[in-house]
Design a protein around this ligand. Sequence first.
Ligand SMILES: Nc1nc2c(ncn2[C@@H]2O[C@H](COP(=O)(O)OP(=O)(O)OP(=O)(O)O)[C@@H](O)[C@H]2O)c(=O)[nH]1
Ligand SMILES: [Mg+2]
Length: 240
Amino acid sequence: MKLSLITPTCNEAENISRLVEEVGRCLAGVDYEIIIADDNSPDDTWREAERVAQGNPRIRVLRRTADPGLTRSVIDGFTMASGDIVACMDADLQHDPVILPQMLQAVADRGVDIAIGSRYVKGGSTGTWKFVRRVPSWAATKLAQLMLGVKIRDPLSGYFMLRRDRFMRIRERLKGSGFKILLEIVANAAPCTMEEIPYTFRPRLAGRSKLTRRVVLAYLIQLWQLWRAQGAQPRRGERT
Ligand SMILES: Nc1nc2c(ncn2[C@@H]2O[C@H](COP(=O)(O)OP(=O)(O)OP(=O)(O)O)[C@@H](O)[C@H]2O)c(=O)[nH]1
Ligand SMILES: [Mg+2]
């Protein structure tokens, strides 16, 4: 079974070669490809990705020149993937690739619908985050759990894996406007089985964060839209 790992990028040129190297080490023996979905970054991430791809046939580069956005980039990456299983992972190496084999085992061997890299289950952590970063993350997580009734501990994780055909069945329903694609997938794919796999969130390798006030506002709008879409329906019954 082949895995397609999609990594959305916006000014991550400095992180590409290390990302490819670490993923390669963790996925030794696995049939996989990495799709770098870049929003035509001003730092030429796509060019750096193409350079790395020349020496590595597992790398594919998607240079997006219209309709920018993290979620839309991931949707496009999942769509063009050639793997039976797709995963999403940040390019800055905050998502430790060491758990990829466990995630793959959950989805491919045990039939779990969505495997989620989780900072908030036993064994996982937010690593070096200071109090001022932990509190807003906790509040945003609680809000999603309360408003959408999701039972997962880390619903805002950007690190997850599922079968591509499962994704394609809901693709048309995804708006792709927010920063948190997992929330939208879970809201549309339910009921489904999920398993959270612990990992420690690492410091960003290089480059700058895109977590701005605009992103926080986009998150709140996305949450409100998903909550409204659920309407008076009973809580989505996911099985964990
Ligand atoms: N294609 C694309 N990728 C994006 C966009 N915004 C962010 N990304 C990528 O999405 C991933 C997550 O963004 P980050 O800036 O790391 O956000 P974060 O991890 O919540 O914040 P930090 O902890 O500060 O790094 C990274 O790989 C970014 O390069 C975008 O608009 N388009
Ligand atoms: Mg990051």
